[in-house]
Design a protein around this ligand. Structure first.
Ligand SMILES: Cc1ncc(COP(=O)(O)O)c(C=O)c1O
Length: 399
């Protein structure tokens, strides 16, 4: 439960080493016969994480005051520094949160913007960000504009040019995803550098990035970055973080604690009061599990699986791949596609009920397609099974 967090594995592991990856897979408890290809919606935590949460709640019942002390001690002395190091950040820059949405609400409401100030985001943002930005615009008179980003993506330069062209004298903040809900990869370092060059604040929704690819926040160069650790990081449900750089902290208001509170670091952006300590502490177990594999090995395994999937999808009659084959603008984990003239989004239910294949619908930017998100615990056999089922569904719909 108070897992000692291993140093990151840096030795390369062959992404196709069946023996290694099936040993990793054996630590997941998915019901037999099911293939979970929907990690982008919610991750599937491995058994040690489940066990840590369960043991933690047992301790809370058996000896609450000791449990509280021990959890706080573990979170501050072990978990927070290890998370910061994993993210390429300083310990005092990480606020632990319940999810990305909490971080997004903080970003929207913590920034000191005056009526008339402008925020640019893109048409690919998640409702968890769009909604609070719209509330702030309505209530406080800031201007929030969405820059149209075509789907499928045209290229990294195109994204940069479109956002750059939309910046005007009112713009104070650039807000965008690192990886979109559909798995499109934005040129996040170049966008943050552009914001810096123009004296703007960069705020990033990293909900779909951390745990899927190597994220070093110092290299990303964002001022604010938030994430859900219950997706690709495979933490327990109800975990995330908000990163606020040291330079940003004096001008980024907390919603929870007095501004002048002494010794304040990013912890002042954490929601106050009692919270689910065993869940948060189990992030240490999730990080240890991840570090034992190594984020570089995870990213390579994900690339291998999604390249395999995308190639196989190209053989399905009538299927239009929306995700690029280029690694520059596609994430390693999520793949979206549609069928000409068919509403494939409604296949999500039958895929699960008839074939125990868990995928998600993709209903955005005029698409009515599907999203398949593959994590390192998936196999090429599961992908083959999924592609065969898609061919069957397409035949049923007259393809
Ligand atoms: C890009 C993006 N941002 C934010 C969120 C919200 O995440 P959560 O519900 O964990 O707060 C999601 C969830 O799918 C997402 O894909």
């Amino acid at each position: 439960m108070f897992t000692s967090i291993s140093d990151p594995q840096t030795q390369p592991i062959d992404p196709e080493d069946r023996a290694y990856w099936s040993q990793v897979r054996s630590q997941f408890m998915l019901e037999p016969g099911h293939a979970y290809l929907n990690n982008a919606a919610l991750g599937m935590p491995p058994k040690p994480v489940r066990d840590a949460v369960a043991a933690g709640f047992r301790l809370m019942s058996e000896n609450p005051s000791k449990a509280k002390r021990d959890f706080h001690g573990y979170i501050e002395s072990e978990l927070r520094p290890a998370m910061a190091s994993f993210l390429g950040a300083e310990t005092g820059e990480i606020a632990l949160a319940r999810n990305a949405t909490e971080g997004l609400y903080h970003i929207v409401n913590g920034l000191g913007l005056a009526p008339g100030d402008g925020v640019l985001m893109t048409t690919q943002e998640h409702p968890s960000a769009v909604k609070p930005w719209k509330v702030r615009a309505e209530r406080y008179g800031i201007e929030v504009r969405e820059v149209h980003i075509p789907s499928p993506l045209v290229g990294a330069d195109d994204i940069l040019e479109r956002i750059s062209a939309a910046i005007d004298g009112r713009t104070k903040v650039l807000f965008f995803c690192h990886v979109t809900r559909g798995g499109y990869l934005y040129p996040v370092k170049r966008l943050c550098a552009m914001a810096r060059d123009k004296g703007l604040i960069s705020a990033v929704d990293g909900a779909q990035a951390v745990g899927m690819l190597h994220v070093d926040l110092a290299e990303v160069g964002s001022d604010l970055y938030t994430n859900s650790l219950h997706k690709w990081f495979l933490g327990p449900a109800g975990t995330g973080f908000l990163h606020v750089t040291r330079a940003m902290q004096p001008s980024f208001s907390t919603l929870y604690a007095p501004e002048a509170e002494p010794g304040g670091d990013a912890r002042r952006y954490e929601i106050q009061g009692t919270y689910d300590l065993p869940v948060r502490a189990a992030l240490g177990t999730a990080l240890d599990f991840l570090n034992r594999i190594g984020i570089g090995n995870i990213e390579r395994r994900l690339r291998m699986l999604s390249d395999y999937l995308r190639k196989a999808l190209l053989e399905v009659p009538g299927l239009r791949l929306l995700t690029s084959l280029s690694h520059d603008i596609s994430s390693p984990g999520s793949t979206i596609f549609e069928f000409d003239g068919i509403d494939a989004a409604r296949w999500r239910g039958p895929m699960e009920e008839e074939a125990q294949l868990h995928v998600d619908d993709h209903d955005r930017d005029g698409h009515r397609g599907l999203r398949i998100s593959t994590h390192y615990y998936n196999t090429t056999d599961e992908i083959d099974r999924c592609v065969e089922k898609l061919k069957e569904m397409a035949r049923r719909d007259g393809r």
